[in-house]
Design a binder for this molecule. Sequence first.
Ligand code: ATP
Ligand code: MG
Length: 320
Amino acid sequence: MSNLTKTFRRRGVGSVEAVKGVSFSVPRGTVLGLLGPNGAGKSTTIKCILGLISPDAGDMQVYGYDVQRDPRSALKRMGAVLEGSRNVYWRLTPRENMNFFASIQGHDPRRDREYHDHLVERLDLTDRVDRPVLELSQGMKQKVAIACALVRRTPLLFLDEPTLGLDVQTSHEMRSLLRGLVEDEDRTVVVSSHDMKVVQEVCARVIIIKDGVVVADDLTRNLLALFRTRAYRIEMPTDLPAPVLGQLQARFARAGVNASPGHYELEVEVTEPADLYELMDVLRDAGVIVEGIYRDQPDLERAFLRIVDGGRESRGDVRA
Ligand SMILES: Nc1ncnc2c1ncn2[C@@H]1O[C@H](COP(=O)(O)OP(=O)(O)OP(=O)(O)O)[C@@H](O)[C@H]1O
Ligand SMILES: [Mg+2]
């Protein structure tokens, strides 16, 4: 997809440039994460690719089919669960919904029964599968919507906020389900999410959109490496004497103590790996008991915030 542009115009309200020249491509058999603050243009981008909104400019190809010129062929290859979607029939049961969506795609639901059962089990819907959807909870409805998108077996799948409103266990299951889609079924998935855990665990590549523009497009592990810091947390049973803390602050970046009853944590950032010896020497000389040392793991949330809030921090910090 290249140079996608969309401006919403409302009479009397002015216009909103939702997407300003977004370009990216998704290699087959990968999961791409679409990140960005509220209103960044993620959903608008997805809706344009699905042909639900017509863009002002841009060229979108799905498996070689042009979305605007040949929407039928393109749509046949795409499935989606949109945010807050109500694309399932509430009077039907989850099983009936799944059969319906499978058959409109030309699949024989009887032959796909095993796959449907597998999904129902993975999504923990077994005891609700024959009850009308309207009797289900919000999260369960979301799971039924996801199941209905999956049973169409389209090679490309868009999931806009798939784990929104799901409980911890289900969100966990959803992550392994998403990984399975790529590993076992060779599908291509585009996921938009504000849940960094989902993205970090599932997406090999991440695109960050801000104000309708792509501000980062890289492998997840590269984004993480970019913001890897040498921050350590050192657990101590007693507080650090003030002069020792002063000595550390003079020598190391961001040295500070988090205190809670009976538990003290020294946080400190070192530049070179060998600086850790020096840090330990200072603590030993001061007679500080060290109960544990932990290195802060880089996480996507921090990387995301630094990129998105980049303008507010110093550039040098962002590229640290
Ligand atoms: N139908 C519409 N009419 C007018 N403006 C719209 C419409 N849909 C979206 N917008 C505007 O376009 C911008 C991008 O919205 P979009 O829904 O794509 O953001 P998003 O990245 O999906 O955000 P979120 O994380 O909150 O879901 C916003 O400023 C929004 O107000
Ligand atoms: Mg959205």
